[in-house]
Design a protein around this ligand. Structure first.
Ligand code: NAG
Ligand code: NAG
Ligand code: NAG
Length: 392
């Protein structure tokens, strides 16, 4: 009996020496230790674009960036995005866009997202349809190129070592994703029915999971994946698509489009569950930003926000949104040139910036609620996103 009592101590001390001699085991044996992500690599659309589309196709005009950066900063918002708050929470600098060749520092990661990006390549140009040619597969080509060429650059001198990530950082980095919304609207803008849009969702997820597998194949292990938001609450959808009275819910959002978003999210969740089986070394977190965004729209005043569906920067109509007079554009009206600027007094109490994108205040509100894991599957906080729960 006395021996039995002693045995756990012996086992524990043996375990301790194993842990200390193999630091990598510490991660799996003590899941309470926070992850130290040295870098973040982000993939997505305008919800997380920190300058990609601006670098390639012209800067997002003022008043974008006004609240936080005090000038345009490549973001379609008055300030920071969720990805900025994610980077900040790890003490990392805000991510530079991979496409931004001027003054970028990629030591702590790179952002491959561009506004208007889709998972599937579109068969239309940016000027025809507004969708970015930098679809998710292209973002992966760019990541792949960056991974290899950054290491070649590092051999060429100290300056490159201070601009490019280390090889080992690619496996300990956090890989973040926020994409899918534009794939859903793309079908509707081509006049497809809801059934036709739903029919290509499996293809979207197939292409999405291929990218995750490719990144895992290059050593990526920690994945943080946002689902897609309630696109039926956004002015650019409400304004453009034909919606009948019976299709509007009590929040004023168009139910069919939100149902498609939820359908996509359910399939995404299932695809991620399968990925966990296929990629036994990966820690993959699914983050339900849909619920938070819908809660913002449907219970705005409870959360301290006003006029949930109305854009802060825009011009005219029920939603202060007109797609021919977008935020920051110069238009001629009654013979006079006007700048479509900020028309709300206080963006800190508004949810939607320009009819399509969220304000910094809304982005911060969402970040504050996803960071502790309460909207995640598995329910682990952001700072634990490198740990794969043993139950998976
Ligand atoms: C683009 O066209 C190709 C060839 O017809 C087709 O396979 C693909 O699904 C189309 N993509 C989209 C997004 O419609
Ligand atoms: C890039 O950023 C890192 C840290 O954020 C810093 O250590 C490094 O000096 C920067 N590189 C240059 C060339 O400024
Ligand atoms: C969709 O339908 C509208 C209204 O009938 C029409 O004006 C528009 O050209 C159509 N768009 C496409 C891409 O077919």
């Amino acid at each position: 009996m006395g021996c039995d009592l002693l045995r756990p101590v012996v086992v524990l001390s043996a375990l301790f020496s194993v842990i200390t001699s193999f630091p990598s085991l510490v991660l799996s044996l003590t899941p309470s230790s926070p992850c130290e992500f040295p870098a973040i690599f982000n993939f997505g659309d305008s919800n997380s674009d920190t300058g990609g589309l601006s670098a390639a196709f012209g800067q997002a005009p003022p008043p974008n960036g006004e609240t936080y950066f005090h000038s345009p900063a490549g973001r379609y918002s008055d300030g920071r995005l969720i990805i900025d708050f994610i980077a900040k929470s790890f003490g990392l600098p805000y991510l530079n866009a991979y496409l931004d060749s001027v003054g970028s520092n990629f030591t702590h990661g790179a952002n491959f997202a561009t506004a208007g990006s889709t998972i599937r390549p579109q068969n239309t140009t940016l000027s025809q349809s507004g969708f970015s040619p930098i679809s998710l597969n292209v973002q992966f080509y760019q990541f792949n190129d960056f991974h290899h060429r950054s290491q070649v650059a590092r051999t060429k001198g100290v300056v490159w070592q201070e601009l490019m990530p280390k090889e080992e950082d690619f496996s300990s980095a956090l890989y973040t994703f926020d994409i899918g919304q534009n794939d859903l609207t793309a079908g509707y803008f081509l006049n497809m029915s809801t059934d036709q849009v739903k029919a290509y969702v499996p293809d979207l997820l197939n292409q999405f999971t291929t990218i995750i597998k490719n990144i895992n194949g290059q050593g990526g292990r920690s994945f943080w994946i946002h689902n897609t938001g309630p696109v039926g609450c956004l002015a650019y959808v409400l304004d453009r698509l034909l919606i009948t009275a019976g299709q509007v819910d009590k929040a004023g959002c168009a139910s069919p489009f939100n149902e498609v978003a939820q359908y996509f999210n359910q399939r995404l969740k299932e695809a991620i569950a399968q990925l966990r089986k296929d990629l036994p070394l990966a820690a993959i977190t699914y983050v339900d930003v849909y619920s938070l965004k819908y809660s913002l729209f449907s219970q705005a005043s409870k959360h301290g926000f006003e006029q949930p569906l109305v854009a802060c920067c825009g011009h005219g109509g029920k939603y202060n949104y007109n797609r021919h007079m977008g935020c920051g554009s110069k238009v001629t009206k009654d013979g006079k040139q006007i700048l479509v600027g900020k028309s709300c007094k206080d963006p800190s109490v508004r949810i939607i910036w320009d009819g399509v994108h969220f304000t910094e205040a809304a982005n911060k509100w969402i970040f504050d609620r996803i960071v502790d894991g309460s909207y995640s599957d598995p329910p682990i906080p952001l700072k634990m996103a490198c740990h794969r729960p043993s139950t998976n």
